[in-house]
Write a protein that binds this ligand. Structure first.
Ligand code: GUN
Length: 723
């Protein structure tokens, strides 16, 4: 909130019992909008913590709070400790008074100085105690910096030493929130060891350390590998901070991989050098006739005006400009998380710089081994890494894919071959491929040549032939899809140029895809539906069926059966018996709105916007009754393939939560005691008590590891309680 005089109200401390907690409010895969609870306010993430040098304040911290709404910043406790004047004021009045800033203050510990200048003379406990004494909100332990040129054994020693120091530091910090940096240089195994070891200690935040030289050398592929190795091994309930990372170009990719906090002095350092940070790289003021982006700080000046300023004036102005651009890119990422498009943003940004492109391609193709072959030979094939240990990164890719929400609203805009490797598309494909089962023994008809909605174009034709033995598929730019799932996202909403839809099926690739659907050795009958003129007769002739004399055979229930299998993980035979004898309430456009069983109970409602399915209480009860497995007892997670047909995942809540959940209230983190191994964010789940009785149903917001570790925020969005 702003006061009329341009100042902003001071932050309210979080509730005492919440201090140090991190909660997710919205997620998009591993990217998350979160809240970090601190004594000096609840900080909304992802965010940038500008670096403040307590000796040189190019932009006043107070201005950062009042004018830019910056909720948190970082300064260096070692610098304060070393300068008697600063030290005494900080000890006397606290760090917030020293730098005149009311928001959350994080401090670093001197590790970076030891990397730049050699040893620092402060002790491990001493620097943590000092940070406590000056009242910082989030302190940092004295970790051991790992350089990218260090040998494995040296890095290993540093990782072990950091973990050992971590134990002492956590004890010294006591109630104070503490950063536990992850080291490990360029060695994925050591990054994983560091992440696991540090996760076990009582830290509040985990910065990724030792990445400054990697970013300076623009080795973004190494940065992506480090991020993968760290993030997938860290406790998911702790925010992750990118130490020394403040170039806006890197934000989308890192946020898509789960980064929550950034800090950087880049806005000032680059300004001093007359350089501007942009989401597409760095520009020199000396070469600019026009501003690349208009921002409040420079609206009254041209680049030429700024060049004429004295150095100090120019540095202040360009620092503000850099900060504004940087903050804007963070805002753009936050909005993309809300819109479910963070991966798309990272994909777009990857084209801005060759090193970023290299990183992005490595990320999307090497670990995943490209499940779909590209239609044309392109950079993907060219960028394949030679000599990379086989399968080395597959687990990490699975970790990323397993957090994706699907199906989801909104169109999928085609962005070239990258589209095929978007993790949420891969997740959607995995679900369909593992859970859908063919029910027809005959040849495969593949409709191709046009975009959705296919039911409007060939719905009538399909009604005529769907009772025959043919298995019907549609070709889309992101793979083939069974006809019964024709309105399911992402396949049903791919926005792309005509040639994408017009392209003829490649028989070898389609057969490969059919194989992944469990369909082998069937004849493929492609039918081009780009021109519907006389299509019925052409198809009847092709298939050798009589054009007249048969009533259309409405097989609408097949659609529901397939959706129950794919979206609720129901066994096909069970789905068929649930739907047997059902009647349907239809929409004006001839789509099923409600499914009513033979006893007159409303069980399910297809979601017309994205092709999903909603349960009713009766529907949830039916699915609950089907359960044959035992009540889950832990938080393990495993491949969807291993659990096909076991029904919607169960989430077990403790007895305190039971009455609330039964009443239709959301399940909050901290009250979940176990869940099935196939629980995924966005999936329909049944919420049960410890005896397995159904309490409610809803959509999981979390992975099993998140259920296990988070203590704040919504765990399952409950749709309805089951009385
Ligand atoms: N600042 C930049 N990198 C690092 C790091 O690895 N550790 C600490 N403590 N601070 C940093």
């Amino acid at each position: 909130m702003k006061w009329h005089d341009g100042t902003r109200e001071n932050p309210k401390p979080c509730r005492e019992k919440d201090e140090g907690n991190f909660e997710i409010t919205i997620r998009d895969g591993q990217a998350r909008l979160g809240k970090l609870h601190t004594k000096h306010g609840i900080v909304e993430t992802p965010c940038l913590l500008p670096v403040i040098n307590p000796n040189i304040r190019t932009i006043e911290p107070r201005e950062m709070w009042d004018k830019y709404g910056i909720q948190a910043l970082i300064t260096n406790s070692y610098v304060i400790w070393k300068h008697d004047k600063l030290k005494n004021v900080a000890l006397e009045n606290g760090v917030h008074s020293l730098i005149d800033y009311p928001g959350m203050i994080m401090t670093d510990s001197g590790t970076f100085q030891s990397y730049v200048y050699g040893d620092v003379e402060v002790g491990v406990e001493e620097i943590v105690q000092f940070q406590k004494d000056i009242g910082v909100d989030v302190a940092t332990m004295l970790d051991v910096f790992t350089r990218p040129d260090m040998k494995f054994s040296e890095v290993e020693r540093a990782v072990i030493e950091t973990i050992d120091r971590g134990k002492i530091s956590v004890d010294t910090a006591d109630e104070m929130m503490l950063n536990g940096p992850i080291q490990g240089g360029l060695y994925p195994d050591l990054r994983a060891k560091s992440a696991k070891g540090m996760s076990e200690l009582g830290f509040s935040v985990h910065p990724i350390g030792g990445i400054v030289p990697i970013m300076e050398q623009q080795k973004y592929k190494d940065l992506a590998k480090i991020m993968f190795a760290c993030k997938s091994n860290l406790a998911p309930n702790r925010p992750v901070h990118m130490f020394g990372c403040g170039h806006p170009m890197l934000f989308p990719m890192l946020i898509a991989m789960g980064a929550d906090l950034f800090d950087s002095a880049a806005y000032v350092l680059f300004a001093r050098d007359g350089r501007i940070l942009t989401p597409w790289g760095t520009e020199k003021i000396a070469e600019l006739e026009e501003w690349p982006i208009l921002m409040p700080s420079i609206t009254h000046f041209s680049p030429a005006d700024v060049r004429k300023m004295n150095k100090e004036e120019r540095t202040i102005l360009l620092s503000k400009y850099n900060l504004e651009i940087t903050l804007q890119e963070i805002s753009r990422c936050r909005q993309a998380i809300r819109d479910g498009t963070i991966w798309r943003l990272a994909e777009r940004r990857s084209h801005e710089h060759p090193a970023l492109r290299e990183a992005f391609l490595w990320l999307t193709t090497n670990p995943s081994k490209m499940k779909m072959e590209p239609l044309i030979l392109d950079e993907v094939s060219a960028s394949k890494e030679v000599g990379e240990e086989k399968g080395r990164w597959e687990e990490n890719w699975d970790w990323l894919v397993n957090s994706q929400l699907t199906p989801r609203g909104g169109g999928e805009s085609w962005g070239g071959m990258d589209t095929l490797n978007r993790p949420h598309i891969e997740m959607a494909r995995r679900k369909v491929i593992s859970r859908w089962k063919s029910r027809k023994p005959g040849d495969v008809i593949l409709f191709h040549g046009t975009s959705a909605p296919w039911r409007d174009k060939i719905g009538g034709l399909v009604e005529r032939i769907c009772s025959l033995d043919y298995e019907l598929f549609i070709q889309t730019p992101i793979g083939i899809i069974p006809w019964n799932l024709e309105d399911l996202n992402p396949w049903a909403h791919v926005e792309g140029p005509d040639w994408l839809w017009n392209s003829k099926p490649d028989f070898v690739k389609v057969q490969n895809e059919l194989k992944s659907f469990g369909i082998h050795d069937r004849k493929l009958i492609p039918i081009d539906i780009s021109d519907t003129e006389d299509l019925h007769n052409r198809v009847f002739e092709l298939l050798g069926i009589e054009p007249t004399g048969r009533e259309p055979d409405h097989k609408k229930e097949n659609q529901i059966v397939d959706k129950l299998c794919v979206l609720c993980n129901v066994k096909q035979t069970d789905a068929i018996s649930i739907i047997e004898g059902s009647t349907f309430v239809m929409s004006r456009t001839g789509r099923i709105r409600n499914v009513i069983n033979s006893e007159g109970e409303h069980l399910f409602s297809p979601r017309l916007a994205e092709g999903g399915i909603s349960l009713t209480v009766s529907g949830a009860k039916k699915l609950h009754q089907l359960r044959t497995g035992k009540i889950p007892s832990g938080f393990d997670s495993s491949d969807l393939n291993q659990h096909v047909g076991k029904g919607p995942a169960w989430v077990v809540v403790d007895s305190d939560a039971e009455p609330f959940v039964k009443d239709g209230r959301n399940v909050m983190h901290g009250f979940v005691t176990a869940c099935d191994e196939w629980t995924r964010p966005g999936e329909i789940v049944l919420i049960v008590n410890s005896s397995g009785e159904l309490l409610a149903f809803g959509r999981s917001q979390s992975t099993p590891a998140e259920f296990e570790t988070f203590t704040k925020g919504i765990a399952v969005k409950v749709r309805e309680g089951c009385p």
